[in-house]
Design a protein. Structure first.
Length: 372
């Protein structure tokens, strides 16, 4: 039994620390996931709590796993993971049954699980937690109580600072498709022979006031006594979806600019702002000034936003405001605003508003490029 408890302690400690860490790497990803759940359950009035909830959740997960694994305040850690599992196991069962959001986000964007996979994962973890909880009296104190609390507190402070760093700049590990070094067009390709979506089509016919559903194999094609009413298609098997499948840039006049951007042999700087009205005037003005500098020094500059044309027209500064889907922008950039530098359709680098280089840096890359 001692071996089983030790194995359970290691598994629970590592899983909870991993879960907390990947959420801390991409805190805005957790914020967007909270938004999805609040919308699905019609509780959008809680939307403003998404960020603090995201930080609190990942911190509790990490510290609970840290305590269980290291033995510092281990009893408290075991009690914390037990409480979390008692909350999330039935919750994930409800999510598996209703499927309001396809991916629970329990491991951020590092590992995607379906709701049923998440539920069964939690069942296994709950069994391990029960084993730990059954032997909680045998958990030994490593140091003095005050010393252990100091260690846990320091771990909490460092972890929160790490989360804030990733929030202010960009995730230290990018789990999303728009990673530095990739050619966007390559991630949009569907490989030859890749499975396609499979749908089941049902036809609804009516005869003498009675309606009946038919399939493609048995619908009354030559029987005129049946009257066609409607048809419906249901997705049976999901086919292959390329990592980047919704990248589209539309100019202010409705012009399709996607291919122009992806095939430009020079530098293109994209300023990403999912909602201009949420970015803050100071951040936007700094971006606009950078854009003016880039355009006057041979770097194409586009502002990608999901804000409407009326909001974009407010600024009237001569820059090119383009429309892109909001979900795509959230995937491209975990900052509002943020910047992506392209060359030959390849992502050279990307920055948040706080980490973007100054104008001189962009001037230097143009000079270096022209000197070659």
């Amino acid at each position: 039994m001692k071996i089983i408890r030790s194995l359970s302690r290691i598994i629970i400690g590592l899983v909870f620390m991993f879960s907390g860490t990947v959420k801390a790497i991409d805190p805005l990803g957790s914020v967007y996931k909270f938004h999805d759940y609040f919308q699905a359950f019609n509780i959008n009035f809680l939307k403003n709590l998404s960020l603090p909830l995201a930080v609190i959740l990942c911190t509790i997960e990490f510290l609970a796993g840290f305590s269980v694994l290291t033995g510092f305040r281990q009893k408290t850690g075991i009690q914390a993971v037990m409480l979390l599992m008692l909350i999330f196991t039935p919750l994930t069962f409800i999510l598996a049954l209703t499927n309001p959001v396809s991916d629970c986000g329990c491991f951020g964007d590092a590992i995607h699980l379906t709701n049923w996979q998440t539920f069964w994962k939690n069942v296994i973890l709950l069994a391990a937690v029960i084993i730990l909880y059954g032997g909680i009296k045998q958990a030994k104190q490593q140091l003095k109580v005050s010393s252990e609390w100091i260690i846990v507190s320091v771990a909490a402070i460092l972890f929160i600072l790490f989360t804030v760093f990733n929030l202010r700049y960009l995730p230290v590990i990018d789990f999303l498709p728009y990673q530095t070094g990739i050619r966007i067009a390559d991630k949009m390709v569907i490989p030859e022979g890749a499975p396609a979506d499979i749908y089941e089509t049902t036809f609804i016919y009516e005869k003498e006031g009675n309606r009946k559903e038919f399939t493609l194999s048995n619908y009354p094609a030559n029987d005129t006594s049946w009257k066609f009413i409607d048809q419906k298609s249901v997705l049976v098997t999901k086919g292959y979806t390329p990592p980047i499948h919704d990248f589209n840039i539309t100019g202010p006049d409705g012009e399709e600019l996607t291919q122009k951007v992806l095939t430009n042999h020079g530098y293109t700087l994209l300023m990403i702002s999912k909602k201009l009205e949420e970015a803050g005037n100071k951040k936007l003005q700094e971006g606009f000034e950078l854009g003016m500098y880039c355009m006057s020094n041979g770097i194409d500059f586009l502002i990608l936003t999901a804000s409407g044309s009326e909001e974009s027209a407010r600024y009237g500064n001569g820059l090119l405001f383009c429309s892109t889907d909001e979900t795509t922008l959230k995937t491209m950039m975990r900052s509002n605003p943020g910047y992506i530098l392209l060359k030959d359709g390849i992502i050279v680098d990307k920055w948040s508003y706080a980490g973007c280089p100054d104008k001189q840096w962009f001037g230097n890359i143009i000079k270096q490029s022209s000197d070659r």
